[in-house]
Design a protein around this ligand. Structure first.
Ligand SMILES: [Zn+2]
Length: 251
């Protein structure tokens, strides 16, 4: 989707940057991406970036100075600001929906939750050992590994204790368990070495989880609070402040 004025801004930016092909695309994991083709640079921008009136200033300086003279740091800060504004707008729009989502509550029984998912979708396999992983540091994190699957010496699924919070959405917690159980299926089915860790068939199994889309929606909204280890504002009407934007997590 592009907003009125995006195309004009994009053409103005292209004129400002000779030798650069500027594209508009809703990137999944970042707002800006740049790669070198044989005779030009290909710069792909998220619509949220192009929509910002300062686009040509920050992007232009960054390209012109090839990321030097502090232009990378200034670009990063500006992108963080855009992310923050977008997240706030999203959160306001979805506040009631988020508030209505079922949470895991206190004293999360990871074993019982995993057993239920195992019985529903993985009953043909053995159930790996389930445990919490090591407690991450108390500070705000830039990355958070929600869960981890280890094949050897015996199959083990570890879940981050950062998810043992009463405000974590039940569908998200179960999605993480389901994701790790998909790794177990991959292992038990004798995946060849050439198969990628999140291969095509893995993604098909993963999407079989009934709460898949809802879980990803919650993750997108709640990630800053997961990284910050603080209650999100839609839970018990805590004061509404968004922690600074951070990098995407891995699981
Ligand atoms: Zn994975």
């Amino acid at each position: 989707m592009s907003l009125p004025g995006d195309r004009e801004r994009l053409s103005a930016l292209s004129r400002q940057l000779p030798g650069v092909e500027v594209r508009l695309r809703r990137l999944r994991r970042s707002l800006v991406s740049v790669r070198r083709a044989s005779d030009r640079l290909i710069l792909t921008l998220h619509p949220a970036v192009v929509y910002d009136p300062d686009c040509s200033v920050f992007i232009g300086a960054w390209i012109a100075h090839q990321g030097r003279h502090g232009t990378s740091q200034r670009l990063r800060a500006w992108l963080d600001d855009i992310r923050l504004r977008n997240r706030n707008a999203d959160m306001e729009m979805h506040r009631n929906h988020l508030r209505g989502m079922e949470t895991i509550g206190g004293d999360c029984d990871v074993q019982a939750r995993a057993s239920r998912i195992h019985a529903a979708a993985f009953a043909d396999l053995d159930l790996p050992v389930l445990r919490w992983s090591r407690r991450p540091p108390k500070r705000r994190l830039r990355h958070l590994r929600f869960g981890c699957y280890r094949r050897l010496p015996q199959p083990v699924i570890e879940i981050s204790p950062r998810l043992a919070r009463p405000w974590v959405a039940a569908c998200f917690f179960d999605h993480v368990l389901h994701h790790e159980l998909c790794h177990h299926r991959q292992h038990r089915s004798g995946a060849p070495r050439s198969e990628g860790i999140h291969s095509k068939r893995f993604r098909v199994w993963e999407r079989d989880f009934p709460g898949h889309d809802e879980a990803l929606f919650w993750e997108r909204m709640a990630l800053p609070w997961l990284l910050d280890d603080s209650e999100p504002p839609w839970y018990r009407d805590a004061p509404c402040t968004v922690p600074p934007a951070s990098s995407p997590p891995s699981s």
